[in-house]
Design a protein around this ligand. Structure first.
Ligand SMILES: [Zn+2]
Length: 248
């Protein structure tokens, strides 16, 4: 199983080249992309033809995690005759959000087969996808992707305001790809995101084999952030950036 990082940014940032959340998980010919934030689609083209996607899985309905479904829809609709389609899993109301952006009922359905992600388990091609609810928006998911036949998986936090919510998804030896929006911390009161110490807590208690950090907000230092995770977790810790490719 291979992780290709296509976008690792937060909602906004001054970091050059930063685009919204987008993580491509591949196993042989099966490709699932986790989130499709702003600026992701051109980078997806650089990795695979978007029509090769078995599914797009959207963690929650903040635009930095799903807004490039709009250009994906246009590409599928206008670059192919007949139009091509892609399966999209996400929170309830996703298709309505996309339709509202264009003020056009059925806009999304012309190219995207959307279904509610939910907390059940699905086998998609040679991959197994399971999601769990996390504190962030009213319906926000973290997801675990693993080979359908078993083996270590990748747990992606999405945006998450309570690290313990990731626990039920994690199996020992998994790679944890997690947001660390507030760097070394602290997290302001009432804000549903994570910082380094909260990541270290769940990583240390859940037996993950490796921690990959992402979604760092503007103004925080990556090195200080990594150090804040290492202070509470003994395993490997590193940021991922667009272009990072890791075999899991
Ligand atoms: Zn969010």
């Amino acid at each position: 199983m291979r992780l290709t990082v296509l976008g690792a940014g937060p909602a906004y940032t001054d970091r050059i080249g930063a685009t919204g959340a987008c993580y491509l998980v591949s196993d042989g010919a099966t490709h699932i992309v986790l989130d499709l934030g702003q600026g992701s689609l051109p980078r997806l083209f650089a990795a695979i033809p978007p029509t090769d996607l078995a599914a797009v899985a959207i963690s929650h309905l903040h635009p930095d995690h799903y807004i490039d479904l709009v250009p994906l829809r246009h590409y599928l609709r206008y670059e192919h005759e007949p139009p091509r389609r892609v399966r999209v899993l996400g929170p309830a109301g996703l298709a309505d959000r996309l339709d509202a952006l264009h003020d056009e009922p059925g806009f999304s359905a012309q190219a995207l087969d959307t279904e509610v992600l939910g907390t059940g388990e699905r086998v998609i091609g040679s991959l197994r996808l399971r999601a769990g609810l996390v504190r962030h928006t009213a319906e926000s998911y973290a997801m675990r992707v693993a080979p359908a036949g078993g083996g270590p998986g990748l747990v992606y936090s999405g945006d998450c305001g309570r690290a313990a919510d990731l626990g039920p998804l994690i199996e020992p030896g998994d790679t944890l790809l997690t947001e660390v929006s507030f760097g070394p911390g602290p997290i302001p009161d009432g804000v549903a995101h994570l910082d380094g110490p909260s990541v270290a807590g769940i990583a240390g208690s859940s037996g993950v084999g490796r921690v990959l950090l992402t979604h760092l907000q503007m103004g925080f230092d990556p090195d200080e952030t990594e150090a804040s995770v290492r202070a509470g977790y003994d395993g490997p810790v590193s940021f991922v950036w667009p272009g990072s490719v890791l075999d899991l």
